[in-house]
Design a protein around this ligand. Structure first.
Ligand SMILES: C[S@@+](CC[C@H](N)C(=O)[O-])C[C@H]1O[C@@H](n2cnc3c(N)ncnc32)[C@H](O)[C@@H]1O
Length: 418
């Protein structure tokens, strides 16, 4: 793929731009194979369409009310317009001129980073596979809200597939994309995202995989592996809007999803209710806290953490837990390799690279882990607890007694159902 912004040095976000796609995919496969243990059965990598694959656009708004730029900022904090970005889905690209016209019409002053003046920081646009859109305005304050509401009918007439519109308030001058407060301006509060044969519901402030077609392949892969193992109980840790959980639920299997974002949990619950699934629960809370305080150990655990990975405590818990299978989906093979090294009893049986992010050096990799020796006595997670910050494993020499204060009820207080 060629990109004029890349060639002109205006945007270097897609670091592999210009490299033949087959080379990119082979390079990602090689990279993951080098990082993961030997002896793994690698399934063929899942390619993506090379361009137009991004279902979300995070556009920094800069310039002036009359001539806004939508794109990124240069090193001096000035706007670089990237309305023609070729990795962004076509229906999002087709909306950018209308959005720029709306900025002018509603007199939304772009935020100027060098002088810290102005109101509109970002436009966050997400598109579903069916062409419906969700638009979020990230504003410094509520000052433009009345004008925004007044001109919204014009925007909706110009973009009839616009389903959800909201304002996010981010008053601070720092490189954080969004703030905690969201004001939804439309009747609809969630965008329906059809992924394969499952409808996910996406509310503002919820994570969604970047590439809908590849996400569908990812969930399909997990569903296939899980069907072979056929566990009765499953946890989906870092569940987001429930992509894995809702693909793995089959009406009889007991599935629990854990996620820190309350909005994502509400989204996941909406997807579950629309599908009429009764054996799936979603809880808002920290994945590690949940695992370390649970009374029971599920037959299978799915983890799909952010780039940093699951970390030492959750890896140690999984290692000692006795759970027979883990499906680990990662967007960072380096943190995946580090976490795997901390779980030597869980052998990588199968692995697959999915190219979620063509033209960049990132990819998704999913692995199926199986416990090597499931009948070892140490494999009993009900007694693997964190005591004063250290993982206590049964049989470990000199282990500390279980703290009466750090029990199920204390940890449960940190996990709230929404
Ligand atoms: C890579 S996303 C995966 C989401 C989901 N599995 C999917 O397929 O869309 C990681 C998710 O983990 C959530 N998260 C981050 N830290 C967490 C934590 N400590 N405990 C639980 N969830 C967390 C994020 O909010 C985000 O939704």
């Amino acid at each position: 793929m060629q990109c004029s912004y890349f060639d002109a040095d205006r945007c270097r976000s897609c670091s592999l731009m210009g490299r033949p796609y087959d080379d990119q995919l082979a390079g990602k496969q090689r990279h993951c194979e080098e990082l993961l243990p030997a002896g793994v059965e690698w399934l063929p990598p899942v390619p993506s369409q090379e361009s137009g694959y991004r279902n979300k656009a995070k556009m920094v708004v800069a310039g002036t009310v009359e001539h806004p730029t939508l794109g990124i900022l240069d090193a001096d904090g000035r706007g670089v317009d990237l309305r023609g970005c070729g990795v962004t889905a076509a229906d999002l690209r087709a909306s950018f001129d209308v959005l720029a016209a709306f900025v002018t019409r509603a007199h939304l002053t772009p935020y100027d980073v060098p002088t810290r003046r102005g109101e509109l920081k970002y436009l966050l646009l997400t598109g579903s596979a069916d062409g419906e859109l969700m638009l979020r305005f990230v504003l410094r304050s509520q000052e433009p809200l009345t004008r925004l509401r007044k001109h919204l009918p014009w925007l909706r007439a110009a973009l009839p597939r616009l389903e959800v519109v909201s304002v996010n308030l981010q008053p601070e001058h720092k490189a954080v994309l969004e703030g905690p407060r969201e004001i939804v301006l439309t009747e609809a509060t969630a965008l329906r995202m059809r992924v394969g044969d499952v409808d996910l519901h996406l509310r503002p402030q919820s994570f969604f995989q970047t590439n809908t077609a590849v996400a569908a392949a990812l969930y399909r892969q997990a569903r296939q592996w899980v069907a072979e193992v056929d566990p009765g109980t499953v946890w989906d840790l870092y569940c987001g809007v429930g992509g894995f959980a809702l693909h793995l639920a089959d009406g009889r299997r007991d599935v629990v999803g854990i996620e820190t974002s309350h909005e994502a949990v509400a989204s996941a619950e909406a997807g579950r209710d629309a599908a009429g699934l009764t054996s799936v629960r979603f809880l808002a809370g920290d994945a590690t806290t949940y695992a370390l305080s649970a009374e029971d150990v599920p037959d299978l655990v799915v983890v799909n953490p952010p780039r940093r990975g699951i970390g030492a405590d959750l890896a140690a818990w999984l290692e000692a837990s006795g759970t027979r299978h883990v499906v680990y989906s990662s967007c960072n093979a380096a943190s995946l390799a580090r976490d795997l090294a901390a779980m030597p009893s869980l052998a990588v049986r199968r692995a697959r690279v999915l190219d979620m992010f063509p033209q960049t050096d990132h990819c998704e990799v999913i692995v199926l882990l199986e416990r090597e020796n499931p009948h070892r006595p140490a494999a009993d997670a009900a007694v693997a607890r964190v005591v004063a910050g250290h993982l206590e494993v049964p049989g470990a020499a000199g282990r500390a007694p279980r703290s009466p204060g750090r029990d199920q009820s204390a940890a449960a207080a940190e996990i709230s159902s929404t």
